[in-house]
Write a protein that binds this ligand. Sequence first.
Ligand code: N01
Length: 838
Amino acid sequence: MQLDLATTSMLAGMMLNETPALNTLTPDEARLVFSEINRSMPPGPAQVSSRDVEIPVDGANIRGRVLTPSTPAKSLMVYYHGGGWVIGNIDDYDAVGRHLSEVCNSVVVMVDYRKAPEYPFPTPVDDCYAALEWADKHRADINAVDLPLVVAGDSAGGNLSAVMAIQSRDERGPKIDLQALIYPVTDGRMGAKSWGDEDKQLFLTSDIMTFFWEHYADSSQRLDQRASPLLADNLSDLPPAVVLTAQYDILVDEGKAYAQALEAAGVTVSYKDFAQQMHGFFAMPAALPASGKAMQWLAQEMDRHLTATERKDVVVVGAGFSGMYQLYKLREQGLDVQVFEAGSDVGGTWYWNRYPGARVDIESMAYSFSFSEELQQEWEWSEKYSPQPELLKYAQHIADRFDLKDHIAFNTRVASAHFDEDADEWLVTTECGRRIRAQHLVMATGVLSASKEPDIVGREHYQGDTYRTGLWPKEGVDFTGKRVAVIGTGSSAVQAIPLIAEEASELVVYQRTATFTTPALNHALKKEDADAIKANYGEYRATQKLNVLGVVNERSVDRAIDATSEERERRFTEGWESGILPGMLFQFADLQVEQEANDHISEYIRDRIRDTVKDQQTAQDLLPTDYPYGTKRPCIDTNYYETFNRENVSLVNLRRTPIETITDKGIKTMEGEREFDAIVYATGFDAMTGPLLRVDIRGRGGVKLQDAWVDGPRSYLGIAIHGFPNLFTITGPSSPSVLSNMLVSIEQHVDWVSDCIQWMREEGKTTIEPSDSAEREWAEHTEQLANMTLYPKANSWYMGSNVPGKPRMFLAYVGGVGTYRLICDQVAASGYHGFEAA
Ligand code: N01
């Protein structure tokens, strides 16, 4: 006998503790011993929420426990615990239920059916059926409307589950979509071959099993199909079954025989015998690793059975610029692609961020697609920096021009994506329950799309209107005559504040960290200027592709610390007057790596603020002093500092007077309460990782991306993740992404991913994923580069510092778009060095 090591050690522990054989005890004593064994096990996942309910049966009430997973549920599982119909209860099985809920993404209803000998057959059966009907009727109360219904249980609970499936069929009861039978008892004749096998008497012996049967049912009752489902005359038309047995279990032959009988009756069955395991192993999650594996297998089989057969080559999540271009490319390659988009239209960032003043801060001629010559020639931008409505129109134009919308499911948020290792496919489930399988999964979810829940006390009490810049209402907001508060002074606020100030009767800006912003000098784009670029767009685009930021401007090689103060002043003024971000950042080579150089440019900007803002205290408060220029995302603006000279605008410096609470009428700081008609939260995003982690992504072995990234994101090239085959992240963490012109980085990633998928098809590969070592090397490289800069000095969203509890690490690749592109190209040219393809 080759028993699994962890199980051996558990059995040895029980022997040392002299755990008595249950058949030598009274039922009450046996219940106590069983409870003690269960209480010595680790508890289940705390994030599962739990609610006890009472289920009426024949004038009595039995207990039930509803366990709801932390991620959106995909099924409703009514679970009957094991214990030979004599022992066990839902408290003993709490950890099992919690694990099942989390691993299988199920709302689990645990049922405390009454036990023999006080309540012999058929009371437990009747209780279980009543609980099944209760769960089906109370779907709305337990958040399980429209979810597929699963009956599940282990041992005697497996027996009851099988019986429920038959009874519900015969009585036209609740429609069961799946029966999950874990080493079920199926045959009351007690004569299966494994009953006489010495090796199969661990934990549950033939003596104990006989003790259970004798308490439960008399000899004639044992032959009833409601006690012995294997003896049922008709097993056809039953729901699909997942049957699991353990190699060294007295019940192994009964379970196997039942799986075969179901199959012979035309029922779809997944059957697996878990090698080296004993009876009871499944109900010991966290104590026995095999239990976790069995639950994963169950979850996977549930997914397989409950899933419609819809299948695509690729699922793309998100229909912003990345998702649209990815769809376009792959469709051109002849692939069948499905895109899911949470919004009701394309546009991503430019669909959600409709706050006043929202506009791009990279010149539009540069922040646009290059993949289609016709597109870049025909599209006309109206301004140097296009406003949000125009960017949204551009996105819509692309969707229409390239006929993309038929492949995009709008108003559809993806809830989970689980990799099925047997089929080498991703199983993607949407929040409305659509399930789809695909070989590849592309997360084109954007990097600043998970709007951060503002972490300010008392927010729920406020009775006025509230808005979040990243989730702005489609119909717009009229602030005319209103008293408005804006919390936050990042890029979104810098754009919104001057325009809100023009409408509001009063605007108060609550600032925690002062921002560096320089003039955008936006203007209408002259046709001749646009045409001049278009005439030479090929060269312009080629320059962008190899540039550090994905723009056409060059960074000077001179060092600020070597320059005279006059030269520095001249160059900074040139930058200030250029009206473009690189205009400031590229004036010298050392501004983002040398503190002293940075001090010069920071002071230059502070001087400009002092020159502009008339009120001395306000000017002082607006000076950014605690981080180097450029290490938090620098902004460009139209009239930001000037707005603070308006009569109706004031600034609250939260470093001096922190917010104590939001009240029902406004905002209270140490200096008292101010009342507002509206509060605008411009408090930012859970950047880079948030959009990926809010989807329940699970890779090989059911490993959750949330767990794999618990210490911060790890990936190879910011495109692919070890343990998550055929998953690609467009502009993902550890790529240049947010440090670049996003359109250039999006095109580069999408092209690379499309080429990789094409290569796989040509080479006959079904999976690709980076090796652990390649991923580790990339992490070291990106960290080393970041540490050579001043970026780590700031508490910025680049560092994950804006989200409480988020691991602090630099989230992008600072080596520049051009260098990064060459590395990626080299990886592809070498046959995907660092990747493992099979
Ligand atoms: O968000 P942010 P954003 N109490 O995180 C403050 C891109 N973007 O939406 O710095 C009080 O930058 C927070 O204060 P602090 C661009 O990449 C581009 O403005 O954490 N204040 C900060 O002032 C940008 O960087 C464009 O101390 C709180 C602000 O809220 C990124 O999106 C336009 C607070 C958040 O600023 C994000 O910009 C807009 C609290 N509890 C955005 N929590 C363009 O292309 C947060 N804050 C032009």
